[in-house]
Design a protein around this ligand. Structure first.
Ligand code: URP
Ligand code: ZN
Ligand code: ZN
Length: 459
């Protein structure tokens, strides 16, 4: 069915325009003032509202076997939570571990999403070892439309790669034109510091941050940048959390290394005092890299405003209270991760745009357009233009509410952002022209989401 979104303020990177958007067969076909309403078109009145391109979360975990358990969401629950929060596409980390076969892992991750996700999705393929068959397997995966890799410098003996494997991955990525995303913490130092702290009887969640200090992340970031530089590959640092690591990335950018930076919602809004709360309340705020000292937040906001942090993701990774308690005897066993897929857009708008930290243009860029460009989705996704997929967010900036696990759609019994105010929310969300959300409620079609095939573009 055709859809006409009437008289909204259309916000894209570099442009703001009061106009109508006409959608046919999943695609935007016309943008203009006072477009005629064709018979049978569904009409949405967007007067007084902003209209954004569908938001893209470049870093989520939905299916994730990790730390002796599984992240809580499925693609059914995670995609609905994403859509209610205005995210119409997410890129999931496909994370087989070192003992798994990469190709079988890739098929498994695909099978978990196929026919289940209500929003569109893609994958970053984790390279968790580099053995004889890795190159041919990765070539098949890229040919299947997954044109980005992920490596972990952390999580020794599980997801983590050594320097040789990092080199081989980057070198192959350069030849294939594939961007490599990386979790940048020094695995050896984390393991040694964990051992030392536990031996000293320092076992509560408040010791998670000291076991992975800023210097450990800065070292990983700098080393990843150096390897990108010397292979010529394009790198993308995920969930950068602190000023020290930011300096390492900026220093590399300044000398011409092709390196991009993502920071994730928790690091902008939460600080390490959350993980220092007693007992399970602290455990709920354990993620890696850890929540940092508060002064880092200003550095992240400033870099985001300036564009030297390219994107904002979530690293959505829900573990419930019972799972967090796996680490009651030692922080080393607390499943790492905080959910955020539903909250990213609203909290970024409220605490970024409304507080004057971020202009609207950069907000759209960081939460949608830049990820589309970096990951081979643009201009199909990430903008509002004739020919683009009709993924649209009609945004009610007058809405007032708070984040709460009582009302969220994420399959988790708590929210890391509980009680935080929001000042705006999506009133209508469409995926390829179909209304999936109205005013905080999923009203759409489950399983509508498609896997997005992407071409390599980083030669
Ligand atoms: O704490 C985190 N970030 N959990 C998910 C795995 C990862 O490192 O991305
Ligand atoms: Zn990570
Ligand atoms: Zn992650």
């Amino acid at each position: 069915m055709a859809l006409l979104i009437r008289n909204g303020e259309i916000v894209t990177v570099g442009s703001r325009l009061q106009a109508d958007i006409y959608v046919e067969n999943e695609t935007i076909t016309r943008i203009g003032k006072d477009l005629e309403t064709p018979p049978n078109a569904e009409v949405i009145d967007a007067s007084g509202k902003l209209v954004f391109p569908g938001f893209i979360d470049p870093h989520v975990h939905i299916y994730l076997p990790f730390m002796a358990t599984f992240a809580k969401d499925t693609h059914e629950t995670g995609s609905i939570a994403a859509l209610v929060g205005g995210t119409t596409t997410y890129i999931e980390m496909c994370c087989p571990n070192r003992n798994d076969d990469a190709l079988q892992g890739y098929q498994l991750w695909k099978s978990k999403a196929q026919g289940k996700s209500a929003c569109d999705y893609a994958f970053h393929m984790s390279v968790t070892k580099f053995v004889k068959e890795t190159e041919s397997q990765l070539r098949q995966i890229v040919a299947d439309g997954t044109a980005s890799f992920k490596i972990f410098l952390a999580y020794k003996n599980f997801f983590g790669v050594d320097d040789g494997e990092m080199y081989q991955t980057l070198e192959l990525a350069k030849r294939l034109g594939v961007i490599v995303t990386a979790h940048c913490e020094n695995a050896e130092l984390v393991a040694r510091l964990q051992q030392r702290l536990v031996a000293e009887g320092k076992t509560g969640p408040e010791w998670h941050e000291p076991s992975r200090p800023e210097s450990v992340e800065a070292e990983g970031t700098g080393r990843f940048a150096t390897f990108s530089e010397n292979t010529g590959a394009t790198g993308y640092v995920v969930h950068l959390s602190c000023a020290k690591a930011l300096h390492a990335a900026q220093e590399a950018k300044a000398r011409g290394v092709k390196i991009h930076v993502e920071s994730v919602l928790p690091h902008f809004l939460l600080d390490k005092s959350y993980a220092e709360r007693p007992g399970v309340e602290g455990m709920k705020h354990v993620m890696s890299p850890p929540l940092r000292a508060k002064h880092n937040q200003a550095a992240l906001w400033n870099a985001l405003a300036a564009g030297s942090i390219d994107t904002v993701g979530t690293d959505h990774c829900p573990f419930d209270t019972e799972q967090k308690l796996l680490g009651k005897d030692t922080f080393v066993n607390i499943p790492n991760g905080i959910p955020g897929i539903e909250d990213r857009v609203n909290l970024l708008y409220a605490h970024g745009v409304k507080r004057g930290r971020l202009d609207l243009d950069r907000f759209v860029d960081a939460a949608s357009t830049r990820a589309a460009k970096l990951f081979g989705l643009y201009p199909r996704k990430g903008t509002i233009a004739a020919g683009s997929d009709a993924d649209l967010v009609v945004y009610d900036a007058n809405y007032r509410g708070v984040v709460s696990a009582k009302s969220h759609h994420v399959n988790n019994d708590y929210s890391g952002f509980e009680g935080m105010p929001i000042e705006g929310r999506p009133s209508v969300v469409t995926v390829r022209g179909k209304v999936q959300v109205r005013d905080g409620k999923f009203v759409g079609e489950r399983g509508r989401g498609k896997m997005l095939k992407r071409e390599p573009s980083h030669f």
